[in-house]
Design a protein around this ligand. Structure first.
Ligand SMILES: CC(C)(COP(=O)(O)OP(=O)(O)OC[C@H]1O[C@@H](n2cnc3c(N)ncnc32)[C@H](O)[C@@H]1OP(=O)(O)O)[C@@H](O)C(=O)NCCC(=O)NCCS
Length: 189
């Protein structure tokens, strides 16, 4: 039985993937599928099918600018997020990275895993030397908005035509967080 008042909280962990076993890939695709069906939030509106998801996540592992983080509950992958570095030609914005495509499967939500996932991505970005972490999210993703605001992300803008879901245009909200201690919005030096 799970979820009773006497059940201990599930053991949770987050790791950065260099590669993935077939079992891990299957669990990741199942989690992504469930999250998309539940309302998405990381691009897909309709589940693209297992083969497309497998190709997508295998592809992510091959992109040098992307780090894939895997969120596990009791050792099983139930969510993920990506840390995306700026392209090499973008010298002016080389100090900032982007957190994208974060999700936790509906069956694993409400236990603090997304918070842990976000904190791990931030730690990694900090370790890489980034000073700013950017992210954006549909205005309808209320849980995500509450999560990021509770972690100190600052809302700086709203995109009025951010996404189309079910024939409806949805606004997007844009956030940033300064990662280094004592970071300031305006340096001026
Ligand atoms: C947003 C999401 C990742 C949260 O996952 P989760 O593991 O349930 O989140 P956590 O348990 O770590 O909760 C952390 C905080 O998020 C907020 N939060 C989580 N679920 C919430 C809900 N249903 N309503 C309001 N706030 C919520 C709270 O601030 C919570 O902190 P608290 O527990 O101290 O109150 C998950 O709901 C999800 O995958 N949503 C769809 C995809 C998405 O929106 N991705 C984000 C950007 S692309």
């Amino acid at each position: 039985m799970t979820g009773s008042a006497t059940s201990p909280p599930p053991s949770q962990s987050v790791d950065r993937a260099a590669n993935m076993s077939d079992d891990d890939l299957a669990a990741l695709c199942e989690a992504a599928d469930a999250a998309i069906i539940d309302g998405g939030g990381f691009g897909w509106v309709n589940p693209p099918g297992r083969k497309a998801l497998e190709r997508y996540f295998r592809g992510v592992l091959l992109v040098p600018e992307r780090e894939l983080f895997l969120a596990r509950s009791e050792g099983v992958i139930v969510g993920s997020a990506q840390l995306v570095r700026p392209p090499r030609n973008n010298e002016a914005q080389a100090f900032g990275a982007t957190l994208m495509h974060a999700f936790v499967a509906p069956y694993a939500r409400g236990h603090g895993l997304a918070r842990l996932l976000t904190e791990r991505v931030e730690e990694c970005a900090r370790a890489f030397g980034y000073q700013v972490l950017n992210l954006d999210v549909r205005e309808t993703q209320e849980a995500a908005i509450a999560l990021y605001e509770s972690l100190g992300y600052i809302r700086w803008g709203v995109h009025p035509a951010y996404a189309r879901v079910g024939g409806r245009t949805i606004r997007g909200v844009y956030y940033f967080k300064l990662l280094q201690p004592g970071g300031r919005v305006r340096d001026g030096t």
